[in-house]
Ligand binder design. Structure first.
Ligand code: OSB
Ligand code: MG
Length: 375
């Protein structure tokens, strides 16, 4: 495959409902897309970095810089044979994993199209249908949250995850369990607690939660291991897992019983598969996380979720929960049974609506020149 050009775009897409976590509220997504021209076709990737560096160090601004100055030129004009070749071309740059993932995933997207195979099969997937959950942000009131949960259960979703933080946790779980004692329920703290909250966190055990996601510091698994010893509920790590090596370390020190795999957070499909594999070898289930993606990132998450150890429902839900109009056709839809059916079409299985992408684009830059070889 000969990479002819790398185009980055920023799109503005208002969310249907604001999304609030312990680190803040998002009302409009600034979506960053990568468009590759490669052997005469167009392939796409999405950079899932946030508007602000709150979830991780990366943001749209740092990803724009990293791709336009370093990663784009490292890939432009290259001849490569598969998505798996990309990490080696980008690894001179430290970090910037979400920026790298956008590029690598676009190359996998191209490879699937050119080989005329479904992307999910190229990734090693085996499922023809994937299980879906939802992630519900902090709401204006507990009653509003209960209304939302009720609507999502009616829609068929198999697992409800609620965002939590001090002041929005135990009372909320009481209310939810008072109404639905048996549903698959989990919570996500996005690092809102410290070990000083140990006695408080122990109360979470009363609610039969499937997991507690990233309760402590974003960069920690040592203290998560200490916490896990004190809890019956399994800890799931999200922010702290950067690659298969950190997954292995976290598993070895017993910091978690479940791992959330986000392809952007770990730097691309190659590493996401490696995280999946190391978890599988150690009997740790994984599920696919979300970053409020547009249809392109969403289609890629759907494909990744077909790998065998994605055995818990993911945060991969219907386009219409996020967007009035999504940038793919068909949009991602979820069945009454809370599943997404996997397409046998070659490529990503969802067409990109390039007219809509153009309309939503607020800036765009194309990189054609290869990086000058540096000493
Ligand atoms: O921690 O999983 C998270 C969204 C933005 C940043 C971090 C997280 C999330 C979600 C939303 O939970 C998942 C989704 O519906 O895309
Ligand atoms: Mg999370």
């Amino acid at each position: 495959m000969q990479i002819e050009s790398v185009t980055i775009r920023e799109l503005h897409m208002p969310l249907v409902h604001f999304f609030e976590t312990s680190f803040g509220r998002t009302t409009e997504r600034r979506v960053m897309l990568v468009e590759l021209r490669i052997d005469g076709i167009t392939a796409w990737g999405e950079c899932v970095a946030g508007e602000h560096p709150y979830y991780s160090e990366e943001s749209i601004a740092t990803a724009w810089y990293a791709i336009s100055e370093e990663l784009g030129p490292a890939l432009a004009a290259r001849e490569i044979s598969s998505g798996r070749d990309v990490p080696a071309l980008l690894n001179r740059v430290r970090g910037h994993r979400m920026a790298k993932a956008a590029l690598e995933n676009a190359v996998w997207d191209a490879e699937a199209q050119l080989k005329q195979v479904p992307l999910w099969k190229l990734l090693g997937g085996t499922r023809k249908e994937i299980a879906c959950g939802v992630s519900l942000g902090i709401q204006a009131s507990p009653d509003q949250l209960l209304d939302k949960i009720s609507a999502e259960l009616d829609a068929g979703y198999q697992r409800i995850k609620v965002k939590c933080k001090p002041g929005w946790d135990v009372e909320i779980f009481e209310r939810i369990r008072g109404r639905w004692s048996q549903i698959l329920l989990s919570c996500d703290a996005n690092s809102a607690y410290t070990l000083n909250d140990l006695d408080h966190l122990k109360q979470f055990d009363r609610f039969n939660l499937l997991m507690i996601e990233q309760p402590l510091w974003n960069d920690d698994f040592y203290f998560h291991a200490k916490l896990q010893k004190e809890l019956k509920t399994r800890i799931c790590l999200d922010e702290a897992i950067h690659h298969s090596r950190s997954a292995r370390a976290a598993i070895e020190v017993k910091a978690c019983g479940i791992i959330n795999v986000k392809v952007g957070r770990v730097g691309g499909f190659t590493e996401a598969i490696a995280v999946h594999d190391v978890a599988e070898q150690n009997g740790i289930p994984v599920w696919c996380g979300g970053m409020l993606e547009s249809g392109i990132g969403r289609a890629h998450n759907v494909a990744l979720s077909t790998l065998p150890n994605f055995s818990l429902p993911g945060d991969v839900s219907a386009s219409k929960r996020y967007w009035k109009e999504d940038v793919i056709e068909p949009e991602v839809s979820v069945s009454k049974a809370g599943t997404i059916k996997i397409s046998d079409e070659p490529g990503r299985g969802y067409e990109v609506r390039t007219d809509l992408v153009d309309r939503l684009t607020v800036r765009k830059q194309t990189i054609r020149q290869a990086a000058a070889v540096r000493a």
